[in-house]
Design a protein around this ligand. Structure first.
Ligand SMILES: [Zn+2]
Ligand SMILES: [Zn+2]
Ligand SMILES: [Zn+2]
Length: 431
């Protein structure tokens, strides 16, 4: 179905060897190594990454937490050496990246060959170390120092003989790791290295998207792909104007994108609507600061504050709804209103934001489907069952392209549709 090839300008890539229909699962992969994000500690299992109300603590390090014995057993091969290291440095817990990198090194050490998946091996990953800024190199150096104290005496494995090799590996992992997103593609819950998937190149208008099933990754086509066409995913938030996307790509991956959307700057004018006065830059910067603040408040689960702040912007129609930053403000406003059980408001904000989803994203993009699903759920809470059913069915049509039937999203969506249909039937019988 797919093969590795060398593209003219993007290095190695993956391309289709047959025509692929929209919705095809083109690649699925278990992680070579992965780590749960610190922010999700105590909320999700360190092994399967599922949410749990009660978690079992590792009796050794008391840091890793699991659903049950089975998950603990599953984690043990990657946790064994780590458990000792964590105990030694406790209560100082190293950053997520150091934990991830160490897991990779321990795994490389414990296998004779350079453990490889069918398409690529860890040492084969592309590094961009030479392109990093001095600050970025310095930051990687810091990681290596932390890692040494975490590992203890003379613990570097044979495959990485010197500091330069470790730095190269750091850069390879930074360059090739995936943010593992939650079921609703809203928050990053961890970081993983998926060897074959790291061959996928970037486009801001991708023909494939990644979706996660516990710690495993699934890559699915969101467009019909012809034989010979390259498979592409987006490395950055596609819900952003080209200047923001280009900046993110350059900062992290050190390349500038030449996809169709970037070349034509399609959507930019509309996404940046109303940033046209001489105040453009300062207004744009202040709205970015605002979004940053909202993110932090969201992490702190301070929804009342988010609601208070966003209400002001929404009420005075600070920016047109098609402006991409306004869309993000509206999304924060919707989520806060849901948490505060103000469903009428939540629907209003979410529906306003949906304009931008429909306008800027591919019709099969899961983010649009997820937004519609949220709106359907709100209508269901409000007992507006007929409208709810319509929205939920639309969400189902979009999301079944990118989500597996057995996953949490599709299961809960199918349940919501059924619930809606039952309630409508009751109502009809009652009349
Ligand atoms: Zn432990
Ligand atoms: Zn688990
Ligand atoms: Zn692009």
């Amino acid at each position: 179905m797919i093969e590795v090839f060398r593209s003219e300008d993007r290095g190695r890539g993956l391309r289709a060897t047959t025509d692929l229909r929209k919705g095809t699962l083109v690649l699925t992969s278990a992680p070579f190594a992965y780590v749960l994000s610190k922010k999700q500690k105590g909320i999700r299992c360190d092994h399967c990454l599922n949410k749990q109300t009660t978690l079992l603590r590792c009796s050794g390090c008391k840091y890793m937490k699991y659903c049950n014995r089975e998950c603990q057993k599953g984690a043990w091969s990657s946790h064994k050496s780590e458990c000792t290291a964590l105990k030694r440095v406790e209560p100082k817990i190293p950053p997520d990246f150091v934990i991830l990198l160490s897991r990779i090194l321990w795994k490389l050490k414990s296998t004779d060959d350079n453990w490889s998946e069918n398409l690529v091996s860890v040492v084969d990953l592309e590094s961009n170390y030479t392109l990093l800024s001095d600050d970025q190199k310095e930051a990687l150096g810091q990681f290596v120092i932390v890692m040494h104290s975490y590992w203890g005496q003379g613990a570097l494995p044979v495959q990485v003989p010197d500091i330069k090799a470790v730095l190269e590996l750091c850069s390879k992992i930074k360059n090739n790791s995936f943010a593992i997103s939650d079921e609703e593609m809203q928050a990053d819950i961890g970081t993983g290295v998926y060897l074959s998937c790291s061959l996928l190149n970037h486009s801001c208008d991708p023909n494939c998207v990644a979706e996660f099933d516990e710690m495993n990754i699934n890559i699915r086509a969101i467009k019909d792909i012809s034989k010979g066409e390259e498979l592409l995913i987006s490395y950055v938030d596609v819900f952003a104007p080209s200047e923001d996307r280009q900046k993110d790509l350059m900062d992290i991956y050190k390349f500038s994108c030449r996809c169709n959307l970037c070349r034509t700057k399609k959507h930019d004018r509309s996404m940046l609507q109303d940033f046209k006065s001489s105040m453009t830059i300062s207004k744009q910067n202040s709205v970015k600061d605002l979004l940053h603040e909202l993110h932090n408040l969201c992490d702190a689960r301070n929804f009342q504050q988010i609601y208070n702040i966003t209400s002001g912007y929404v009420e005075r129609e600070y920016l047109p709804v098609e402006n991409i930053y306004m869309t993000k403000i509206l999304d924060f406003a919707m989520d806060a209103a849901i948490e505060l059980k103000m469903f009428g408001r939540a629907f209003q904000h979410g529906a306003a934001a949906l304009h931008a989803y429909r306008k800027y994203l591919d019709e099969s993009h899961p983010l649009t489907g997820l937004q519609i699903m949220k709106l359907g759920k709100i209508l269901l809470y409000q007992e507006k069952n007929e409208d709810a059913l319509q929205m939920l069915l639309e969400a189902l049509k979009i999301l079944q392209i990118t989500y597996s039937k057995t996953g949490i999203i599709m299961q809960s969506l199918t349940k919501l549709v059924a619930q809606c249909q039952v309630e409508l039937r009751h109502k009809n019988l009652g009349e």
